[in-house]
Design a protein around this ligand. Structure first.
Ligand code: GZL
Length: 324
């Protein structure tokens, strides 16, 4: 009897830790006790409009498919994601999916999932593991290409300029989108007239973008362009630029990535000059991949999401139909 009570208490503790509830898992790749699929998902947090839309897409898609989704919000901390993944292993879910907040430090816990026979799907962001047998598939954008698209617009926009001072609002330190958007931009913005005079993380948040931009403005009298790794930091930069008595989109041009509603509104209003889209609507594809890996079917190792770019005119056109 004591053992039973202990096991029940232990299970309750695990569920409390990950904010998960609902039926026991099947685990080891079998379906749950009643034959239904159970998926455990660890989300980065709720740092930006993009993340909110991504969570809504994932939760909505699993609800529409009638598949049980155990969901945990890591509040931007890798240790919380590792705890959640371990909890899903304990609960013997059929598939684990997550968006790694940073690229490194995942091999140990991914090996634990592999040893437990639970397939892992990466969504949105990837990991830098040498061993790609640790995950079944990676569904998400090509962040290097996104940085290159932003850089190509800069080359065109400043074709006639002699000198361009750029400040960069980087995403979360160590995150794949931050690393790759920085790399992609530098792949194409190579002319000597361009100089990145300052670069600092704003952690993908509006408040972070505003705070860092305030410091950039204090330290650098001549700024021509802000390259923000996401709309939210670009929107924070707009607040700082306006507070300094300048006109965003004119005195200082701004290029961002994401194309969430608030960003597209600022673009349509002329406060942002160009946005590279990064789609958060990964839910339906993730459901498909989860069903396939649970059934032991082959899935593509790398699935790149479709996305485009927007000028101010295109934003005015597109805004009415935007889903997020
Ligand atoms: C990109 C995603 C990034 C977004 C940010 O796929 O990981 O994280 O660009 C979000 O808005 O915070």
């Amino acid at each position: 009897m004591k053992k039973l009570i202990g096991a029940a208490l232990g299970g309750a503790l695990l569920i409390a830790l990950t904010g998960c509830a609902g039926g026991g898992g099947g685990g080891g790749g079998e379906a749950g006790a009643d034959g239904d699929l159970i998926v455990g998902f660890s989300q980065v947090g709720a740092e930006s409009g993009w993340r909110t839309a991504n969570t809504k897409s994932i939760q909505g898609a699993f609800e529409d498919a009638g598949i049980e989704l155990k969901f945990s919000d890591a509040q931007g901390k890798q240790e919380n994601q590792i705890k959640a993944i371990r909890s899903y292993i304990q609960q013997q879910v059929d598939v684990i999916a997550f968006s790694p907040v940073v690229e490194s430090g995942w091999d140990t816990v991914l090996k634990e999932a592999k040893d437990a026979g639970i397939p892992v799907v990466l969504t949105d962001r990837s990991v830098d593991s040498e061993d790609d047998s640790l995950y079944a598939s990676f569904l998400g954008s090509d962040f290097i290409l996104e940085g290159e698209k932003a850089g190509e617009w800069v080359n065109t926009e400043f074709a006639d300029a002699d000198k361009v001072n750029i400040v960069e609002l980087q995403g979360t330190t160590g995150a794949a989108p931050a690393n790759d958007r920085a790399e992609g931009f530098r792949n194409v913005v190579t002319d000597a007239k361009f100089e990145v005079i300052a670069s600092q993380t704003g952690d993908f948040t509006r408040a972070g973008g505003k705070q860092v931009m305030e410091a950039f403005l204090q330290a650098n009298p001549e700024i021509d362009l802000v390259y923000a790794h996401n709309d939210d930091m670009g929107l924070g930069a707009i607040e700082a630029i306006e507070a300094a008595g300048m006109v965003p989109g004119q005195d200082i041009k701004i290029v961002t990535v994401d194309a969430v509603k608030d960003g597209m509104t600022a673009l349509a209003d002329g406060k942002i000059n160009f946005i590279v889209e990064c789609s958060p609507l990964l839910g339906p594809q993730l459901v498909e991949i989860a069903e396939k890996v649970a059934a032991g079917e082959d899935v593509e190792k790398r699935i790149v999401t479709e996305e485009t770019t927007f000028t101010q005119e295109q934003a005015i056109e597109a805004l009415p139909d935007r889903q997020y």
